[in-house]
Design a protein around this ligand. Structure first.
Ligand code: LMR
Length: 397
């Protein structure tokens, strides 16, 4: 009956993480999946989230279905977080927000919506991008194209080529942009480049779709929302999917949201209605618990301040690990420039290692990176950074 079903080749990130879990070598090091581990190599339970959970559990009663669009307190907390409380777009009721199953769920609901209402639009993805972006949009039967982004020779951004490609894109094309902490390269647009991009988006009547999965890991919670606020200030219509997996260390709770900024409140209401329809056809309504943790943390001034300090701490620890890795590698390979570890931002660095070198790292040293050469620097700690640098130096030859 199922003989015609083809074998699944696996996912470049999640299947690698599964392989890591099965690796019996005690010294193995997981720098593959985008998860923040603390200095003891554990996924942290943030004290702000723990306290929020205590309160949520204490107050818990019956578990009704949430509305299709999710919990009202979570959705409005997300809007304030992304746009800043009282932003004119919020005051005007121009933003339609749904609680989603992680930001992947927000991307998927957005992709289905785009396929229904902008069926001829292609989706432009950065070259490279998160492996699953293409899968999500192609899974919604949208055509995916790419725009130049990462410059392998300089380790920087091909901003002019990116703008040129977007200027040549057909009107109403969707442009997927990483709002901060680009995955996989760690190379972001500067604030000035974001401002330069706005007229390109406007003139070509492009549809920006921001992915904000790493809020707080770049420069800070507020700072990392700047691209969202800029596009909203400029009066553009756009989509933004955001996640609390990383920022609240709530990976398995699958907490995220999708917001669509519309020209006016009447359109936002229609968009929200169609997003609800999309959700109903997919999974009916989102789960309750994780979203309530998010709403509690964001809705209580003390927990919100605690959370901000915790995110600052995680970001600073990653920066310290970047410096440590850079220092050991520069000492071991004095002729090479490892400056990219210091300039790239967020959880990831693009090491430039070839797939063969990445395979050697895994097979000979038990150090797991994604085969593209992406390293999750948030998996480094004081106990494994030296071994990682030694292994890298060895495969670099
Ligand atoms: C990653 O890029 O490693 C994370 O976003 C996890 C995932 O789902 O791929």
């Amino acid at each position: 009956m199922f003989q015609h079903v083809e074998p699944y080749p696996g996912d470049p990130i999640l299947s690698l993480n599964e392989a890591f879990q099965k690796d019996p070598r005690p010294q193995r090091i997981n720098l593959s999946i985008g998860i923040y581990f603390d200095d003891a190599g554990r996924i942290p339970m943030l004290p702000s989230v723990r306290e929020a959970e205590r309160r949520v559990v204490e107050a818990a009663g019956a578990r009704p279905y949430l509305p299709m669009e999710g919990a009202a307190n979570m959705r409005s907390a997300v809007q304030d977080l992304l746009f800043g409380a009282g932003h004119p777009a919020l005051a005007a009721g121009r933003v339609a927000t749904i609680q989603s199953v992680g930001s992947s769920g927000g991307l998927k609901v957005g992709a289905d919506f785009i396929k229904r209402w902008f069926p001829d639009s292609a989706v432009y993805l950065s070259d490279p991008t998160w492996d699953n972006h293409r899968a999500v949009f192609e899974g919604a039967f949208l055509e995916c194209r790419s725009y130049p982004y990462y410059d392998a020779t300089t380790g920087g951004l091909r901003f002019d080529a990116m703008c040129e490609a977007l200027r040549a894109a057909p009107e109403r094309s969707v442009v997927l942009l990483h709002a901060c902490c680009h995955n996989p390269t760690g190379v972001d647009l500067t604030p000035a480049q974001w401002r330069e991009l706005v007229p390109v988006l406007r003139e070509r009547r492009l549809i920006p779709f921001l992915d904000l999965a790493y809020q707080g890991y770049g420069d800070g919670i507020e700072e990392d929302a700047q691209a969202v606020r800029l596009l909203a200030d400029e009066g553009l219509g756009f989509f933004v999917a955001n996640s609390f997996s990383k920022s609240m260390s709530l990976y398995g709770e699958r907490c995220g949201a999708l917001s669509v900024v519309c020209p006016d409140a009447a359109q936002a209401e229609r968009v929200l209605g169609q997003l609800k329809f999309t959700i109903r056809r997919n999974y009916s309504n989102p789960p309750l618990h994780g979203g309530q943790l998010v709403a509690r943390v964001l809705g209580d001034a003390d927990l919100r301040a605690m959370w901000q300090a915790e995110v600052d701490g995680m970001r600073q620890r990653i920066q310290a690990m970047r410096q440590a890795l850079h220092a050991v590698l520069s000492a071991k390979r004095p002729g090479r420039d490892f400056g990219y570890f210091l300039t790239q931002r967020g959880m990831f660095s693009y090491t430039g290692l070839s797939p063969a070198q990445v395979d050697r790292l895994k097979d000979e040293f038990g150090v797991y990176l994604v085969r593209s050469g992406r390293m999750c620097v948030a998996g480094l700690n004081t106990g494994n950074v030296e071994a990682t640098a030694n292994a890298m130096a060895a495969v670099l030859g």
